[in-house]
Design a protein. Structure first.
Length: 280
């Protein structure tokens, strides 16, 4: 059983929703990434989503686009991202790590080599934003052969047929994009999200994570009541951007924000005790 599956099983036993913060590898300085990953886990993160910088992040809003630009200035390649995961695994062998990126870097490296090196580094899943399931079989097979989860996106506009298609292709969990637009968009309608999740659950037993538009502890708590995971990206990255000139502060201020998200989520689900099924 994968680390992702183990984590979601443990959380389900305690009726908790997973907190999945997103950061861009190498932003704002390469040395920040690994210590920040450890700090996020200590402050309540259950799964870590690590962005692979790309020059044309079409699904991302300006906040995450700028994070990718900052990382690319430091020449953060896919190889360096995998090295960061390997370094993280030197102290943490239990917290799942998901790479979020675009197809080009994986394709350039070669699917088989990428999957092999990602597994060796300690990656658990891969979310390829611009790869539709109709074209995903070569990468999905390579990931599966190395026991890596292929994570796919669903949107508010996804038809019942497409939901079934993605449910059959995905593993680990499914990421529901709660808004029409790019990352950093707002105006999240929790009732609309709940209705869509109900439809998706009729097609899959995989955990459902919700991201896009979650910018505050209050919203995180609301989503935790209806989803198996809460993904927070732009709100985390924006705080990092605000402290880019003083990166030492990121290692305390961003985990403090993560802790507030975790507290709000636990209050919403009325489960204050920590997870004991997965060691930290």
């Amino acid at each position: 059983m994968s680390r992702i599956a183990q984590q979601f099983q443990a959380l389900k036993r305690h009726r908790r929703s997973a907190l999945i913060p997103f950061i861009m590898a190498g932003d704002p300085e390469p040395w920040v990434t690994v210590p920040l990953l450890h700090a996020l886990v200590k402050s309540g993160a259950d799964v870590l989503e690590l962005g692979v910088p790309f020059s044309d992040p079409m699904a991302d809003g300006p906040v995450i686009q700028r994070a990718a630009e900052r990382a690319l200035k430091h020449k953060i390649s896919l190889t360096r991202v995998l090295a960061m995961v390997r370094e993280f695994r030197g102290k943490d062998i239990t917290t799942p790590v998901v790479l979020m990126g675009y197809l080009n870097p994986f394709e350039v490296m070669g699917y088989e080599l990428f999957a092999q090196q990602a597994a060796t580094a300690g990656v658990d899943g891969v979310l390829t934003v611009d790869l539709p399931p109709e074209e995903a079989e070569p990468l999905r097979v390579a990931l599966s052969q190395h026991e890596l989860d292929a994570i796919f996106l669903l949107a508010p506009t996804s038809s019942p047929e497409r939901i079934k298609l993605i449910a059959n292709a995905a593993s680990g969990f499914i990421y529901y994009v709660s808004l029409r637009g790019v990352t950093g968009a707002s105006h999240l309608d929790v009732h609309e999200v709940a209705a869509k999740l109900k439809d998706i659950r009729s097609a899959t037993n995989l955990p459902l994570g919700v991201g896009f538009g979650i910018s505050s502890p209050e919203t995180a708590g609301q989503v935790a009541e209806i989803a198996d995971a809460v993904v927070v990206g732009s709100a985390v990255v924006k705080r990092m951007e605000d402290m880019a000139a003083t990166p030492d502060k990121i290692l305390t201020e961003v985990p403090a924000f993560t802790a507030r998200l975790r507290e709000a989520m636990d209050r919403a689900t009325s489960v204050p005790q920590p997870v004991t099924g997965v060691s930290r």
